[in-house]
Design a protein around this ligand. Structure first.
Ligand SMILES: Nc1nc2c(ncn2[C@@H]2O[C@H](COP(=O)(O)OP(=O)(O)OP(=O)(O)O)[C@@H](O)[C@H]2O)c(=O)[nH]1
Ligand SMILES: [Mg+2]
Length: 312
């Protein structure tokens, strides 16, 4: 196993500590060769733990019922049981589990529009992405399209400085879609190849804000339709809110059509099972997970690594 992969898994394990404590029917600190007694009570308890971790009722039921079919013995070694659960989850979640990682194409203009409700982690995730893609050779421009809140630009500036990239935050332009239009013009002129667009933390119940978002989307589609381009519409969801994340993704998806999910704050959440629920319920890939507040705390989502951190 490469060092990079080892680092990743240990980060994910740390981040999923709280969720793991909810899930584990045994002492998570000890993986041992003891046998555990599998009976109906055990399965009921497991089901409740899945629910607490926000895997969702339907999916939890399906996983438990598939487990019952596969584990005939009353007694099974803990380690074998954990491996079985991982395998069953993987098979139950199925095709939605493959999440192509997020790339920037050096021969294209790459535009990542980042949306989500207040405080979900948009600005932080943009800072993290900026650093990562800069290191991969992209010419990155962070675009401050949250023109509603005065402090939003300051916070973005701090992240741009941390990542060592440029920021576009013209004070004279008041409309978010106009900021985005100008940013694309600037990108064309100055050969930026990755725009990371930060938007206001709009409450999905506020239709005027959703309308603003639609306008931004239209401006982008119009401005880039003849360019070689990659356009990603990413929603940042807060993993600590569990099930509500699904409703949010559905609403934003309806408004602008999303291409992927960034699940932030997995480290602060005891509801990390929501990843599985999201993959099962929405046909949207979880592309990235946020594992902390620091600039390197964002990794590509990989189901195997995640399940490793979830149970081990
Ligand atoms: N622990 C942890 N905290 C995070 C993560 N991502 C973001 N945060 C914290 O969540 C809070 C909100 O993050 P922001 O990036 O400001 O959220 P936002 O969506 O831009 O918020 P608005 O602009 O107000 O809508 C900050 O305190 C971040 O440090 C993460 O992956 N883990
Ligand atoms: Mg913000």
């Amino acid at each position: 196993m490469s060092n990079w992969l080892k680092d990743n898994i240990s980060k994910i394990k740390d981040a999923l500590f709280k969720t793991r404590r909810v899930i584990a029917c045994y002492d998570p600190a000890e993986i041992n060769n003891e046998s555990i007694n599998i009976n109906d009570e055990f399965y009921n308890d497991l089901f409740e733990r899945f629910i607490k971790a926000d895997i969702g009722a339907e999916l939890s039921e399906e996983i438990v019922s598939n487990l019952k079919k596969q584990i005939q013995n009353q007694k099974i070694k803990e380690i074998d049981f954990k491996n079985k659960v991982k395998e069953v989850i993987k098979n139950t979640v199925g095709a939605g589990a493959s999440s192509p990682s997020i790339q920037h194409d050096t021969n294209k203009l790459n535009i990542f529009l980042v949306v989500g409700v207040n405080g979900s982690g948009k600005t932080t995730s943009i800072g993290k992405l900026a650093k990562r893609f800069k290191e991969n050779g992209a010419k990155v421009l962070i675009v401050a399209a949250d023109t509603f809140r005065a402090a939003a630009g300051d916070q973005l500036l701090i992240w741009a400085e941390r990542a060592g990239v440029e920021i576009f935050a013209p004070l004279e332009i008041k409309k978010p879609d106009a900021v985005v239009f100008s940013a694309i013009e600037k990108a064309k002129k100055e050969n930026y190849n990755l725009l990371l667009i930060d938007t206001a933390g709009r409450l999905h119940s506020q239709t005027n804000l959703m309308d603003e978002l639609k306008k931004i989307d239209q401006v982008i589609v119009k401005a880039i339709h003849e360019l070689p381009q990659q356009y990603e519409k990413l929603i940042v969801l807060d993993a600590t809110i569990g099930q509500n994340a699904i409703t949010q993704a559905e609403l934003f998806s309806k408004a602008i059509g999303l291409t992927g999910i960034v699940l932030a704050k997995l480290d602060s959440s005891a509801k990390g099972g929501v990843v599985l629920n999201i993959m099962n319920k929405l046909s949207l890939p979880v592309k990235l997970i946020g594992l902390g507040e620091k600039i390197d705390d964002l990794v590509d989502f990989n189901l195997d690594e995640y399940l490793e951190g979830f149970f081990m």
